[in-house]
Design a protein. Structure first.
Lengths: 172, 284
């Protein structure tokens, strides 16, 4: 093989590799495409064979589980998980992963919302916990009053998991 | 000359072709966008929820200035337990639902964004069982899970929203920011106490109440039964409910249709008559 033939072959090989690389990039982009998905928000969600409460259970989905959406009908969403499929109530699923409960703290820390990935909210200050002061409202000429002590009393009630379990068991 | 890479190349090309076909999905572009947003989208969502809770607290504090809190720990705890039983199936695990009983003979219930639910003493007196209590709480939960006030008033955490601006800079917030925030709270109070929600939001809350009740094993028809009883009630205590909600018969018809359409009729739902009446006695 002479030098010209080798150069031609090298150029052809280079072109072919460039095309393959472009197609592979395109393929990976396509992978990220695909479907609408929903995440299970409740602790568990019954996925039924039909969009009706009296349908047989197809499978039980767990909190955070990702399900592919194939159809929507009224209060129901048809979902698939691999080769399993069925209908789940739309109120039990959502477009994003379930978020941990955001609770309100009346401590002195600057943030009252803690994010899973450690990004501190720039959201609430101690002053915000107490709300606008009464003199602020008066000075602004705003007549609306607010009862923060009563609110804090409402927020102070804590129901431990064990007490809720007992309550539920007494009912069933 | 056949090279070692030729077979691998053929496989790769076949794989590429298969994936390329999947890119024709109409949802491809949107999902890629959402997937690429990743942590940003997550952070924006939790900020929005925190904004909702912050705003809801202000609305709740305003409600508690207008209506005194009923201070009965046992009754409040019981009502809260019913709410927590429903919350398991409400579909908003990030929200801490709280219920307070208002010392008022009006027959009504209210919901502030962020999980704050209020139910009047007068409303509880009209109920006959725990399923009816659950139904009313579930209806209010429906306003919160449906984000009716959040969407109506566009409560979110972006830099230009009055809610976000206020809460971020509360200590040194300028008067315009504080006034804008107060005006938003006024609008929420107007919805709750004066003009009511949009009709479609009330219908949505009733449908959600039926679903949440049934999922929690409470009789889903209990809300219709309770409304049927209120329909016959008269007097000034009914004024606020009549002003802020659609006609009773319309609501009862929708509830019955939701039960039928979703095949919810069955025996064995929880009514909770005995347990409810033990606590209701505390109101006399």
């Amino acid at each position: 093989m002479n030098m010209i033939d080798r150069e031609d072959k090298a150029k052809q090989y280079g072109r072919l590799m460039a095309i393959k690389a472009a197609l592979l990039v395109f393929a990976f982009m396509s992978l990220a495409a695909g479907y609408d998905v929903v995440y299970v928000q409740s602790a568990r969600a019954r996925v039924l064979e039909g969009p009706a409460f009296d349908s047989k259970i197809s499978f039980i989905a767990r909190k955070g589980q990702v399900l592919k959406v194939t159809e929507k009908k009224s209060q129901w969403v048809k979902v698939a998980d691999g080769d399993r499929e069925g209908w789940v109530l739309s109120i039990l699923v959502g477009p994003g992963a379930p978020i941990s409960r955001i609770s309100y703290s009346s401590g002195n820390d600057r943030s009252s919302a803690t994010k899973k990935r450690g990004r501190v909210s720039n959201f609430a200050t101690v002053a915000a916990i107490r709300g606008l002061a009464e003199d602020d409202r008066r000075r602004l000429g705003h007549s609306g009053r607010a009862n923060y002590p009563a609110l804090e009393e409402v927020e102070s009630l804590d129901i431990p998991d064990g007490e809720l379990d007992l309550f539920l068991n007494q009912s069933r | 000359m056949r090279t070692r890479g030729t077979g691998i190349s053929a496989m790769l090309m076949a794989l590429v072709a298969a994936f390329a076909i999947s890119a024709c999905s109409p949802h491809a572009a949107d999902y890629r966008k959402r997937a690429s947003m990743g942590e940003t989208a997550f952070a924006v969502e939790t900020d929005d929820i925190a904004a909702e809770i912050q705003f809801g607290r202000e609305v709740a504090a305003r409600m508690l200035a207008d209506y005194p809190l009923m201070k009965d720990d046992e009754l409040t705890r019981y009502v809260s337990l019913v709410a927590q039983a429903l919350a398991i199936n409400a579909g908003r695990p990030e929200i801490q639902f709280r219920v307070a009983i208002l010392k008022s003979d009006e027959m009504n219930a209210y919901a502030a964004p962020g999980g704050y639910i209020f139910i009047t003493r007068g409303a509880i007196k009209q109920m006959q069982n725990e399923a009816e209590l659950a139904a009313v709480i579930a209806h209010e939960m429906g306003h919160i899970t449906g984000k009716h006030i959040v969407n109506e008033l566009n409560i979110h955490a972006s830099d230009d929203s009055p809610v976000s601006g206020f809460t971020r800079f509360l200590g040194g917030a300028g008067d315009p920011a504080k006034l804008a925030f107060l005006n938003m709270v006024d609008k929420a109070m107007d919805i709750l106490l004066v003009r009511g929600y949009k009709k479609e939001d009330e219908r949505d809350a009733d449908r959600r109440a039926v679903m949440i009740s049934a999922l929690s094993a409470y009789e889903p028809a209990a809300l219709a039964t309770y409304l049927g009883r209120l329909k016959e009630a008269r007097g000034p205590e009914m004024e606020s409910l009549n002003r802020t909600h659609p006609p009773f018969q319309e609501r009862m018809d929708l509830i019955k249709a939701a039960i039928t359409d979703n095949s919810l009729q069955r025996e064995g739902y929880l009514m909770g008559v005995v347990r409810f009446n033990v606590y209701k006695k505390r109101l006399t």
